[in-house]
Design a protein around this ligand. Structure first.
Ligand code: GSH
Length: 338
């Protein structure tokens, strides 16, 4: 335990020194470093590419379209060919756009591209086809959200109103576009959907970081994506990839301890299997259509799906079919190109 803590703090120190050197020797604040580590924790994956124009997706777009780690582009294309026939024989699930008068006019998401909480919100916006703009926040300076008292992402501006915290954002948006009151949940008699949404926030997200930074090559794969897609300056990009990957490799060991994870891959596979068991033979937890729990699980897994950990998860568990159905149902991103 103590050894891990020492390693984690020394990796953070290495990262700090490297960044300070890269910044011309200027002393960086501990807050800046801790912010880098926090974002790195979740800055892993293939979200949905950086600036997708809004467009409709072909029937097999789920295999070729939104958000893929470029390093798996060729592999993804090969998989698509093999998978098209399977897809064609599946029922195609559609998005559920709300009545036009209930669609917010101006939606802006402040995010880190690979943050699981941000991707949860994006999965909701994409599925309900609510157009949104994205502001990529620099995790070190956070200058894009200086105006807000809330210092985390996601922040969603909806027609001038600031919404924060992914699950609360989704509750409020859901109420808006379905013209209903925000549902109150009491922990004692949670319905199935609420129970699994909480499972995502309290369990699933904690399994992700130890997996994507499991060893040096996976940590580098993750940081390659983060630095290619995040909002970093040129100098930051150069240093963050290697220093960040090294630091997160050690930090993820600490997280394993914190969340009582002994074998991170086993924990990931077990979570995937637990989710498939929860489906209990249904296409989605919501039945024939995804509900908010389906969208939450899909959202947080989306950044890791095409990294090594996500590929392993699909190969070694039964989650792949449900994931493909979700890709189909959520479809193209509703993101508006800036
Ligand atoms: N409970 C919040 C958690 C949000 C969160 O922790 N976001 C991370 C990024 S993944 C963050 O902004 N961390 C603070 C930082 O980067 O300084 C939610 O669901 O939105």
């Amino acid at each position: 335990m103590r050894r891990v803590a020492i390693l984690a703090s020394s990796s953070s120190a290495i990262l700090s020194r490297t960044l300070a050197t890269a910044q011309g020797g200027a002393t960086s604040t501990p807050a800046v470093h801790s912010r880098l580590l926090q974002v790195a924790l979740y800055g892993s994956g293939a979200g949905e590419g950086f600036s997708h124009a809004r467009r409709r997706r072909p029937i097999f777009g789920s295999f070729t379209g939104s958000g893929r780690n470029s390093s798996v582009g060729v592999a993804g294309a090969l998989i698509s060919v093999a998978a098209v026939s399977a897809t064609l024989s599946q029922e195609v699930h559609a998005k559920e756009p709300p009545p036009p008068e209930l669609v917010p006019k101006d939606v802006i998401l402040y995010q880190y591209e690979a943050c699981p909480f941000c991707n949860k919100v994006k999965a909701f916006l994409d599925y309900y086809d609510v157009p949104y703009k994205v502001v990529e926040v620099n995790p070190l300076s956070k200058k894009e959200i200086k105006w807000s008292d809330y210092k985390k992402v996601p922040i969603l501006m909806v027609d001038g109103e600031q919404l924060v915290d992914s699950s609360a954002i989704i509750d409020q948006l859901d109420a808006k576009i379905h013209s209903k009151k925000v549902a109150k949940s009491s922990s004692e008699d949670d319905d199935e959907e609420t129970k699994w949404r909480k499972w995502v926030d309290n369990h699933l997200v904690h399994v992700l970081s130890p997996n994507i930074y499991r060893n040096t090559s996976e940590a580098l794969e993750s940081f390659d994506y983060i630095t290619s897609n995040g909002n970093f300056s040129f100098t930051e990009k150069l240093t963050v990839k290697y220093a960040g990957a090294a630091a997160m490799y050690f930090v993820s060991k600490k997280l394993k301890k914190k969340y009582n994870i002994t074998d991170e891959r086993a924990a990931l596979y077990e979570s995937a299997e637990t989710w498939v068991d929860a489906l209990n033979g249904r296409e989605f937890l919501g039945g024939s259509k995804p509900n908010l729990a389906d969208l939450a699980v899909y959202g947080v897994l989306r950044p890791i799906r095409y990294l090594k950990s996500g590929r392993d998860m699909v190969e070694n568990t039964r989650i792949g079919e449900w994931y493909r159905r979700m890709e189909n149902a959520v479809g193209e991103s509703a993101r508006i190109k800036a």
